[in-house]
Design a protein around this ligand. Structure first.
Ligand SMILES: Nc1nc2c(ncn2[C@@H]2O[C@H](COP(=O)(O)OP(=O)(O)OP(=O)(O)O)[C@@H](O)[C@H]2O)c(=O)[nH]1
Length: 290
């Protein structure tokens, strides 16, 4: 696949990664948050190195944005790798109880570990961590049962650490840890761009929109995703299911109908509609068994 180039600054990433490791060192429990539409692209290859032997809960947020069928397939895939993700919708507060219970359950092994190292027992310290825009702040607010962090604010890891006391003997860091996007893998970078996890300055919006149409026309061959292709065809009045020439021809035709022929504006509209769930539940990644 000819994936559009997505730019980033390596120096910026190295600095952000260093800061993140410093924060991780101060906690006992890492609540890693990923995006249900792209559970692999929102996982970072260095994460295991950063979290070392700390307790780790894998949360997949935005469960409302994919189908129950997709969630089932992913569960089978993760379980086969001995991983047990907890799915949630932090916007509506679904799945939060299970995350709190899992954090509470991890207390005893963290306490035992501290005791075995001759350390005092204290409330365990937890950090939510993940790529930009996966829903970390929304999750913190749900876990804390109050608004402690602005859900759209760009939270940094540099300011003073402030802990929120939870009822269960857990102190939760009020700022999320932001993982810098891993853009070496251009396929993941494209998925992150589609889900708005990378600033628009880093990519050419029209080529990303063309890739999106390519993905939809491929998904169209899968009967479980058929609804999305129909929904998109109906919404814009340009058929993506049959008589489909090429992704750029589709964008041109849609642009002539909706944005006075402006393909850039049409690309923007298409991606915003996807991100705002106007196009149905579309998973950009599905499990691949090898
Ligand atoms: N549909 C849906 N939207 C969500 C969910 N969780 C968060 N959002 C929305 O996604 C947007 C981003 O959420 P945040 O909580 O700010 O994401 P974040 O990971 O803290 O983002 P950064 O601060 O950029 O790192 C907000 O508009 C939230 O309302 C979810 O489970 N489902």
């Amino acid at each position: 696949m000819d994936i559009p180039k997505i730019q980033w600054y390596p120096g910026h990433i190295a600095k952000a990664e260093k800061k993140l490791s410093e924060v991780i060192n101060k906690v006992d429990l890492v609540i890693e948050v990923r995006d249900a539409r792209i559970p692999l692209s929102t996982g970072h290859p260095h994460l295991n190195k950063w979290i070392n032997n700390k307790k780790h809960i894998l949360v997949i947020n935005r469960s409302d944005m994919v189908s129950p069928h997709t969630i089932n397939s992913w569960n089978k895939w993760f379980n086969a790798k001995d991983q047990y993700p907890l799915w949630c919708d932090a916007k509506r507060g679904i799945g939060i109880k299970e995350i709190c219970k899992s954090a509470k359950d991890s207390r005893s092994s963290i306490d035992d570990r501290r005791l075995s190292r001759g350390m005092r027992i204290r409330p365990i310290r937890a950090l939510t961590l993940g790529f930009p825009n996966v829903g970390k702040s929304a999750l913190i607010n749900r876990i804390a049962k109050k608004r402690v962090v602005d859900s759209a604010r760009k939270a940094g890891v540099t300011r003073n650490l402030r802990w929120i006391k939870l009822e269960s003997g857990i102190d939760l860091l009020d700022a999320p840890g932001v993982i810098p996007p891993n853009l070496e893998d251009q396929k993941s970078a494209l998925n992150l761009a589609l889900c708005d996890d990378i600033g628009e300055a880093a990519y050419e919006i029209e080529s990303v929109a063309i890739e999106f149409i390519k993905i939809i026309s491929t998904l169209n061959k899968d009967k479980n995703a058929n609804i999305s292709a129909k929904q998109i065809s109906n919404r814009y009045g340009v058929d993506i299911t049959k008589g489909f020439k090429s992704p750029s021809a589709w964008i041109n035709e849609a642009a002539s109908k909706h944005t006075s022929g402006d393909t850039r504006r049409m690309s923007h509209k298409l991606l915003e509609d996807y991100r705002n769930q106007m196009l149905g539940k579309i998973a950009l990644e599905v499990p691949l068994w090898n």
